[in-house]
Ligand binder design. Sequence first.
Ligand SMILES: [Zn+2]
Ligand SMILES: [Zn+2]
Length: 357
Amino acid sequence: MKAYVLDGIGQLNQHEYVLRDLQPGEALVQVAAAGICGSDLPRIFETGTYHFPTIPGHEFAGVVKELYADADEEMLRQWMGKRVAVFPLIPCRTCRSCANHQYEMCSNYNYLGSRTDGGFAEYCIVPVWNLLQLPDEVSFAQAAMMEPAAVALHAIRRGGLHPDHPETGIGKRVLVMGLGTIGGLIAQWLSQCGVTELTATGHHAPQEELMHRYANENYRFINTNQTAWTDDENTYDLIFDCINDSESVQQALRYVKPGGQIVAVGNPKKDLTLQKDIYWKLLRKQVCMTGTWNSSFSHDSNDDWQILLRYLQEQKLHPQALITHRLPFAQLPKGLEIMRLREEFYNKIMIDLTVCS
Ligand SMILES: [Zn+2]
Ligand SMILES: [Zn+2]
């Protein structure tokens, strides 16, 4: 099959690749759409994957083309030829977190697209456990957006909100720092959670447009490229920090209300420093600061992926609106270039494998 293989740091090559045989419990998924994640950039160009060669790509969807050798009739009927979304984390299922079904905190997990072969290829081997069948109304591009959309929902729930219970968000003043893909999706979820008063910061005018169209037209947008943004101390009940650098953490601790909450969402790019008078704000205001990681997927109707699937089906959430570029498979390197150079505005770059280049 054709695949983009990371043969070493910075060496992503498209070449023929022979997949291993399917093991019990595994399916072969023909990839139909694969999103490029912000985390793929450092993974490909700076840190590398856990070993080489590895096929990157963890945000993808496709069709089940084959099942392991002795799959029974029921298994075949349930999965063969089905359109599926893929939860990319493969838990160990023996550690303490796994025993609690909190697979996102598994201490010994495998991961499609970083620790094992992922979706930047024509096919990917995926454990059947990690598949989620798609209803007809949900497109492959939407399904490939499910991973970031579930991550955003997880952050929302860590912040004490739930889209099925809008009373959790009503009357709350919320701040979203950084309106990239996850921040943009958080804004969409917030509108489902009854939040009407929201301020979001970003760098690009189109982020504002997308938020107004797909979240709430009354949400306030601050373009921090154009204005030096300061806010009043003690303003927000709830803050989602999708940046997580020294400055954003300080701003969050300043602008959060006494007794308020901060959800740390973004992956810091370097060490953070915090002055002690800022740290004091955490103490004096008795701020609840919480982390969020990945998303919940447990085959339970209340896990992030199942809730998200329902919202996609009911067309209440529009993650596909954040796709700014759709490129054929052959142009995947161009997608990475766009993200690396940052010369043109992009949000999510989606590789569409159903079209020929
Ligand atoms: Zn990702
Ligand atoms: Zn585990």
